[in-house]
Design a protein around this ligand. Structure first.
Ligand SMILES: Nc1ncnc2c1ncn2[C@@H]1O[C@H](COP(=O)(O)OP(=O)(O)OP(=O)(O)O)[C@@H](O)[C@H]1O
Ligand SMILES: [Mg+2]
Length: 270
């Protein structure tokens, strides 16, 4: 029997695993709080596997595993995983990737080598935190489902709302001020769905602004967006696609992109 190989990316919010079964890569994730469940599954499901761990919580996980495990640097593992998922040459010699995890990290890749060039504390954790504060909701899937029914126009101020009766110098449909309709909101309290849609709008617009500015600075064409924050969240994806294209860059979403780090760890096992 060949030894099963498992790559693990232990992030701040989710533990992602990638392993080979029936000659195919399989994926499974666990909440980082449920680290003991993840470890139990690893012990119960696999017999003496070869394990490689990456991510901010890799040391915590490796210690709890109680079996030997290799560790690799997260940013490099993520780059390997992206290159594997995209396939050779499809992204060109240089591209950016933006990992929207608990927070957001921006990387420039040239000839397979990455350099971290920026980031923001605005990320998937911001969605969970602000969703809780504004609506009391705690379940991720419930939050993104509710957001899909929301109307941002009840919360956000658009350019055309300011330039009343006057031709605005930029598209009137752009956001002038996220959550900027304070006066209107005092009279018309937005629904939970409206607030959640506006939170996703705020997060998406901050991320796409810094990402496209970085792409302009480094003169890259493709921006690869990865991270579990895109799971079941077409609203966030749509914002990034629209604004990335608006400035002439190509947004790329890879199937299973949130497992890039785990795949990179898997590939690092000899
Ligand atoms: N089942 C889920 N439970 C909680 N959050 C989820 C879930 N599915 C998607 N998410 C979203 O994905 C985000 C976490 O993304 P990801 O797994 O890429 O981050 P991470 O690797 O744990 O964090 P980091 O890389 O910043 O340490 C959460 O903040 C949340 O917005
Ligand atoms: Mg991560």
């Amino acid at each position: 029997m060949t030894q099963t190989k498992i790559g693990i990316d232990a992030g701040g919010t989710l533990i992602k695993t990638a392993y080979i079964e029936n000659e195919r890569i399989q994926y499974r994730s666990f909440p980082s709080q449920a680290i003991d469940d993840a470890i139990k599954w690893l012990h119960d499901y696999f017999e003496k596997p070869a394990i490689c761990v990456t991510g901010g919580r890799s040391q915590v996980l490796a210690k709890k595993l109680n079996v030997p495990a290799k560790t690799v640097v997260e940013f490099d593992a993520t780059t390997e995983g992206i290159t594997y998922l995209a396939g050779p040459q499809t992204l060109g010699r240089q591209f950016l990737f933006v990992n929207v995890g608990t927070g957001t990290s921006i990387h420039h890749v040239t000839d397979g080598r990455q350099e971290r060039i920026g980031g923001s504390g605005i990320g998937g954790g911001t969605l969970l935190g602000l969703a809780y504060l504004t609506t009391g909701m705690q379940d991720y899937e419930e939050i993104v489902r509710a957001a899909s029914d929301g109307n941002r126009e009840h919360v956000d101020l658009k350019v055309k709302d300011i330039f009343e009766g006057l031709l605005p110098p930029i598209s009137g449909d752009l956001t002038a001020s996220n959550f900027g309709k304070a006066e209107w909101m005092r009279e018309h309290k937005p629904s939970d769905s409206d607030m959640l849609a506006a939170i996703i709008g705020l997060i998406g617009e901050v991320i796409v602004t810094i990402s496209t500015q970085a792409a302009a600075q480094y003169d890259t064409g493709a921006i690869v967006y990865i991270g579990s924050s895109f799971r079941s969240n077409p609203l966030l994806q749509d914002i990034l696609v629209a604004y990335t294209r608006l400035v002439g860059k190509e947004p790329v979403f890879l199937p299973n992109g949130e497992y890039s780090g785990a795949i990179g760890a898997l590939l690092a096992i000899d």
